[in-house]
Design a protein around this ligand. Structure first.
Ligand code: SF4
Length: 249
């Protein structure tokens, strides 16, 4: 009676705008997926279940940030990276504890993902936080993760890792050259890129039909079958527009 209607209510098309920069949330994502997103290749609509999972994550973010405000330790929230950089994005919150500032990345995680984070943050979360530390010039930060099922919290305090930041920026400068300057489809990802993958992105990729054919241009959308909606795994943050391959958990 209601479920189909609710699914339709929440389902939405994902729109992308032309851009000449990357989102912090794209760190750890397949370069080809980034290309197809930037070039506005068609992708399945966001199904109702996935949209509701994203909404749960948004609610958790708001609840935790509100609590940090209540504790009187928030220095800034939703602060954007200074303009003119390779990346765009807004950090969740910056707090001050014992005279030190920390960038805080808030993540909500599926219980399975949460269990995997027993000894350290997820790699893509870590790299995203590293970029914020770099662009804000803050030497330390915290990945704060909440279990979506139990609301249990985990935190990982990490220092700025200059080597890792340099590696990520170099990789995205190369991607910038490939996509924005040469206008080419990036090659299939190799072991270097896959090192930053937290799950098999191909399995949930909304652009797999284009990728399999090595399609770099959209000659005419009518000639290409629109992909069917897919349900995603995963959790999380979005400093760019949410996408089907965001980690939903
Ligand atoms: S199918 Fe795999 S390699 Fe191709 S764009 Fe998608 S994630 Fe990348």
């Amino acid at each position: 009676m209601l479920i189909d209607r609710l699914d339709q209510y929440f389902q939405r098309e994902e729109r992308s705008r032309p851009r000449d920069y990357f989102y912090v949330s794209e760190v750890g994502k397949c370069p080809r997926q980034i290309y197809y997103a930037i070039k506005s290749f068609p992708r399945p609509p966001l199904d109702g279940l996935t949209a509701r999972k994203l909404a749960v994550g948004d609610d958790a973010h708001k609840r935790l940030v509100q609590a940090l405000y209540g504790m009187g330790i928030v220095v800034a929230a939703e602060a954007p990276i200074p303009p003119g950089n390779l990346f765009h994005g807004r950090c969740d919150v910056i707090v001050s504890i014992d005279g030190k500032n920390y960038v805080v990345e808030i993540k909500t995680a599926h219980p399975y993902t949460f269990d995997q984070m027993a000894s350290g943050p997820r790699r893509d979360h870590y790299l995203q936080l590293q970029l914020y530390l770099h662009y804000f010039g803050i030497p330390q930060g915290i990945v704060l993760a909440e279990n979506k099922a139990t609301q249990e919290l985990r935190e990982f305090v990490v220092p700025l890792d200059g080597d890792e930041v340099s590696r990520v920026i170099r990789a995205f400068e190369r991607l910038q050259q490939t996509i924005f300057v040469e206008g080419k489809l990036p090659p299939l990802p190799g072991s270097e890129e896959k090192r930053d993958w937290e799950f098999d992105q191909c399995r949930y990729c909304p652009y797999v039909s284009f990728c399999n054919e090595g399609i770099a241009d959209l000659p005419g959308r009518a000639r290409i079958a629109e992909p069917q909606p897919v349900l995603m795994t995963a959790d999380e943050e979005r400093t760019g527009p949410p996408t089907l391959f965001d980690d939903l958990g």
